[in-house]
Design a protein around this ligand. Structure first.
Ligand code: GLU
Length: 293
């Protein structure tokens, strides 16, 4: 069926699952279940220098303990390098990707961005960048509202394949969302920044982009984003209180007290509504701070 709902949760195993990631996992799961769709887990471990099999196992164990189980075998990006290479090759042949060996120091004067095509000498180790100077993309995000990206406004050519041979998130995420026929992406608003370049890639490959929905960020009492970067704590496995907090932050109210984890998930699947959320950051209440460290 061409328009079947297919959603996914795509963690990078750079640390254990934390509260903010569980929130994204649950939201994407509820969205898929509510629309009688398929829900997949994909391990985004293309960055071999930051990801580890230990965290992959712990993330999958935690998801399982909450009843969040992929409807199809879990796809692991590190096993798909040849595939990404083939799509990179396609862009190179269309002159949409070029070799670059600019150093971080050389880009410091552009705030780390890479705004010009450089075509560095290819006999030295180099990365491949996307030549994406132009493109206007618009979409309606049910939570973040109308979104507009104009790549000409602040040109920045993202790395598609790094100098050390690892593929970038940007290329891998687009290729896999397309090949897995993902129809709907529900993920954190921290990824909104990457979306314009992803839409550019969809356009170059002549693929239809999935519908996009970006959840508000979770912040602590100081307004800092909860992430692996600021040492968010690993969450406890299979904990009803944690799941109830997640559901609360996802806008669900009158959450039954005496339900088991699986009953809670089923209940939430029928009560979840994207419209319960707004663009505003979700600020964690005092009583929930111990969930995040
Ligand atoms: N792998 C990304 C992360 O863990 C998420 C990618 C996505 O949902 O598009 O932040």
């Amino acid at each position: 069926m061409a328009d079947a709902y297919r959603g996914r949760f795509a963690p990078s195993p750079t640390g254990p699952l934390h509260f903010g990631s569980l929130l994204s996992a649950v939201a994407s799961y509820l969205d898929a279940r509510q629309q009688h769709g398929t829900w997949l887990i994909r391990i985004e471990d293309v960055d071999g220098t930051r990801c580890s099999p230990r965290f992959q196992t712990s993330i999958l164990d935690t998801l399982t303990s909450y009843g969040l189980i992929s409807d199809e075998p879990v796809l692991v990006q590190s096993e798909r390098h040849e595939l990404y290479q083939a799509y990179l090759q396609q862009l190179i042949e269309q002159d949409l990707a070029y070799p670059c060996n600019c150093t971080r120091a050389a880009l410091a004067c552009y705030q780390g961005l890479h705004p010009h095509r450089c075509d560095s000498h290819t006999d030295q180790p180099h990365s491949w960048r996307a030549h994406c100077d132009q493109g206007q993309f618009e979409f309606f995000d049910p939570i973040q509202q109308q979104q507009r990206f104009d790549l000409a406004e602040q040109p920045n050519h993202p790395v598609l394949k790094r100098k050390d041979g690892y593929f970038s998130y940007q290329l891998a995420v687009v290729v896999d969302d397309h090949l897995q026929a993902i129809s709907d992406i529900v993920r954190g608003a921290d990824l909104l920044d990457t979306t314009g370049q992803q839409l550019w890639l969809y356009q170059q490959f002549d693929w239809q982009a999935p519908k996009l929905c970006h959840l508000p960020l979770i912040v602590n009492e100081r307004g800092d984003k909860i992430s692996k970067q600021n040492h968010a704590k690993a969450i406890e496995n299979g904990c009803c209180r944690t799941l109830k907090s997640v559901l609360h932050y996802l806008g669900l109210r009158d959450i039954p007290h005496d339900y088991s984890l699986s009953q809670l998930l089923d209940w939430a699947s029928t009560h979840w509504q994207r419209q319960h959320l707004t663009q505003q950051n979700l600020s964690l209440a005092e009583k929930d701070l111990d969930l995040i460290g």
